[in-house]
Write a protein that binds this ligand. Structure first.
Ligand code: G4P
Length: 523
């Protein structure tokens, strides 16, 4: 059997981020096809009981969307790939953000007709805080898109990251001819006459085809060569360290739908995508993945995956050591011992009971209420506790109360548990003590309401307060008279004071009025 070192070196754990409709699902399908999991792309969306068609929650079926992130594991080129899917709907949630805390790198898919869209930007910002590698894929090259130079320029200026084109389109849409591959020194032909004609080698200098070809008669050829020359003169240099630090994003073009440029992309990505990394503990130490002591952290909890059972699944990212079924671990927060006997892993085609798993892998631990988001588990004697997961600043708020006053008890129980689980954030109004829910995406409210009714038998009424800018204030600087009609003072779960501003204007007005007061934004 392979050793821990060998196993962990093969793991590649990543997420695909994009704005809805950019092509995340289509790319995932193509990756599965390359991994030999599905025979034909296009089967993922329709398959029931599979990862992409997650029928775990009734609400997902009703809305026809994936509420929660799922995990997908398959093998490619000697690597074991773990893709952590992130909900592809506009109503994404904190789950999406937290999932990004459990990956080692990210693929950013951009629609080449639309460029950088709002959700891509948001997700990018969360990822770039972690300084992990980000690979960009400009998709839908088979459609008339925007000029490639324009797209790369927008990528750099909107997201503030340097870009290095690994390949460059020769035309797009109806006149798409191929990809000029600067990294592999060849041209990948779109719809070649034969498999042998798919890759045309370039000369040593990488300036022209090594052998004469009719492609050179295409007027696009000269245009592309001019652009390549310009990129070589004025563009960024490839710097692997900068890629690893998330300062330089390798850029690829292609079409997921046509399966064009995808294989080259995946192969190249696999060359650079990092193996599992070390993680910091609260004591400022680093736990290396090769450390024999098993450890991991919970980045997501999902309830009622099986509607017949009242169980929850805690998704654990393994940080170090080997997981063996039936092993005993300690939950760092409570010091409670737990036996990990009922654990699933997420192979693409089945959800199997897992025997062994390694750093980078995700295991799903059946939970009867022990776990919270961010919890550390470890085996052995030496206590390990990882740094907390960041709290994300909610943007949407609603006042909440139980419709039936006689249901107060189950209302409180439900709210407390769902908040602990990370379904939603909770605040209380400083003066009135009213309960206020905060969320990153509107869907979180719907999930909350649904689960309160179904699991806690409590109907809740939600009163929208709209979007607000939440800013934490140093308690020592707080004077409750600072509250005005343009902001609302609330307490977070840790009893810390937070101002909810109506808009940026209200925040600026506050800052002008109290220039010495520090306002802090979470992630
Ligand atoms: P998402 O998961 O990021 O939301 O995007 P998804 O893959 O579902 O793709 C959104 C739409 O874009 C789909 O079309 C899909 O077929 C199309 N698409 C994805 N990649 C490409 C590409 O490279 N070229 C072209 N031309 N289209 C692409 P749809 O009609 O909205 O959905 P469907 O009915 O085909 O599933």
């Amino acid at each position: 059997m392979a050793s821990l070192q060998e196993e962990m070196q093969t793991r590649r754990t990543f997420a695909i981020i994009s704005h809805p409709d950019a092509g995340k699902t289509t790319i995932t399908e193509q990756l599965l096809k390359l991994g030999g999991v599905v025979r034909e792309a296009g089967t993922v969306k329709g398959r029931k009981g599979n990862f992409a068609k997650s029928d775990w929650m009734e609400i997902e079926q009703k809305r026809g969307i994936s509420v929660t992130s799922s995990v997908l594991q398959f093998d490619f080129d000697g690597k074991r790939i773990n893709i952590l899917d992130t909900p592809g709907h506009e109503d994404f949630s904190e789950d999406t953000y937290r999932t990004l805390m459990a990956v080692d790198s990210v693929i950013m898919v951009v629609d080449s007709a639309k460029g950088i869209e709002p959700q891509t930007k948001k997700l990018f910002e969360i990822v770039s805080e972690r300084h992990i590698p980000i690979f960009t894929f400009f998709n839908k090259l088979d459609r008339d898109g925007r000029d490639a130079l324009d797209l790369v320029d927008e990528l750099e200026s909107t997201l503030g990251i340097n870009a290095y084109p690994m390949n460059w389109p020769i035309g797009s849409g109806q006149i798409l001819a191929g990809l000029f591959d600067l990294y592999h020194n060849n041209v990948e032909v779109f719809r070649p006459e034969s498999e042998a004609a798919r890759f045309l080698p370039l000369n040593e200098a990488g300036t022209d085809l090594a052998e004469p070809n009719k492609l050179q008669d295409n007027p696009l050829w000269a245009e592309t060569r001019d652009e390549i020359e310009m990129l070589k003169d004025a563009g960024n240099q490839f710097d692997e360290q900068a890629v690893m630090n998330g300062e330089l994003t390798p850029v690829f073009f292609g079409s997921a739908l046509q399966g064009f440029g995808i294989e080259t992309f995946l192969q190249t990505y696999m060359q650079f995508a990092p193996a599992p990394s070390a993680k910091n503990t609260v004591d400022g130490e680093q736990v290396e993945p090769g450390n024999e002591q098993f450890s991991g952290f919970v980045f997501k909890i999902q309830a009622n995956m099986n509607p017949n059972h009242r169980d929850r699944i805690a998704f654990v990212r393994i940080v170090s050591g080997e997981f063996e079924r039936g092993m005993d671990v300690t939950l760092a927060r409570t010091n409670k011992k737990i036996r990990l006997s009922n654990v699933t892993q997420f192979m693409a085609d089945t959800r199997e009971n897992v025997e062994n798993a390694y750093p980078g892998d995700i295991i799903g631990v059946y939970d009867t209420g022990n776990f919270q988001i961010g919890d550390t588990i470890f085996a052995g004697k030496k206590a390990v506790e990882f740094e907390e997961l960041p709290t994300f600043t909610p943007e949407l708020f609603m006042r909440v109360h139980a419709k039936n006053v006689l249901k107060q008890k189950s209302f409180h129980k439900g709210v407390t548990q769902l908040v602990q689980e990370g379904t939603i954030q909770m605040y209380t109004a400083w003066d009135s003590g009213d309960y206020i829910l905060g969320a990153v995406g509107a869907l979180q409210f719907e999930v909350f309401q649904f689960r309160m009714e179904n699991e806690y038998n409590t109907e809740v009424s939600l009163e929208p307060m709209g979007s607000k800018i939440a800013r934490w204030i140093n308690p020592e600087q707080l004077d409750p008279r600072m509250a005005s009609s343009r902001n609302l003072l609330v307490r977070d779960r840790a009893e810390q004071p937070v101002f909810l501003f109506e808009n940026q204007f209200a925040e600026r007005w506050f800052k002008d009025k109290y220039p010495d007061v520090d306002l802090e934004e979470k992630l």
